[in-house]
Design a protein around this ligand. Structure first.
Ligand code: GSH
Length: 199
């Protein structure tokens, strides 16, 4: 199996961490820059996005959640706790982490890629509110909790790492000391530390 990633992509980071936690033999292939004429992803599917994933049967697909679910299934459930209630709670957290990342990504594209006259202030405001609701929910869900590495924790650590890089003015730690401590403790894991965005 192969997972295709580029340096600071938070989506790809989720797939890479999921592959490592799964314990499966997955080659990690850096395909930056995506817009290179000879980028290997161009021959694999219409998306040319990271993460991408190739199975041992030669199938190729993208979409982070699809990839992490595939790795969970293939590994016999290594990405979720074995207790059903704990696994459901991890999925709840994974959902919030996913939507936080999507929301941050939209806002970052608006603020970091578009000129001022191309931006949508109402979209930016709506996504900022959504992100704040996510930060608050995560403070409740993860504050004071141990820093285990399941699919939910992976989604959150990648989203918050992306916020630090792209939207530092969110100051998501303010008033959320439990989440801040949890995030710091997560970085004691060598894979979390090794894959954090460089900026
Ligand atoms: N919905 C996709 C989003 C993946 C995504 O947007 N990846 C970005 C990098 S962070 C990308 O490949 N962008 C390239 C492009 O838009 O051309 C997922 O969950 O995997």
């Amino acid at each position: 199996m192969k997972v295709f990633f580029t340096g600071n992509s938070p989506y790809a980071r989720r797939a890479v961490l999921a592959a490592r936690v799964s314990g499966l033999a997955v080659d990690e292939i850096d395909v930056a820059p995506l817009d290179a004429a000879d980028n290997p992803l161009k021959g694999k599917g219409p998306g040319v996005k990271v993460p991408g994933f190739e199975t041992d049967t030669g199938a190729y697909f993208c979409e982070t959640l699809l990839i992490t679910n595939y790795l969970n299934e293939k590994s016999g459930g290594k990405l979720f706790p074995s207790d059903m209630a704990a696994a459901d709670a991890a999925r709840e957290v994974e959902g919030i982490g996913s939507l936080l990342l999507d929301s941050l990504f939209i806002r970052s594209q608006q603020l970091n890629r578009l000129s001022e006259d191309e931006r949508s202030p109402s979209l930016i405001a709506k996504e900022a509110e959504r992100a704040n609701r996510c930060y608050d929910s995560l403070e409740k869900a993860l504050g004071g909790k141990p820093a285990g590495l399941d699919a939910g924790a992976i989604a959150v650590v990648c989203a918050l790492g992306y916020a630090d890089w792209r939207l530092p003015d969110d100051n998501w730690r303010n008033g959320r000391s439990g989440l801040a401590k949890w995030f710091e403790a997560m970085h004691e894991n060598k894979d979390v530390e090794a894959t954090k965005p460089v900026f």
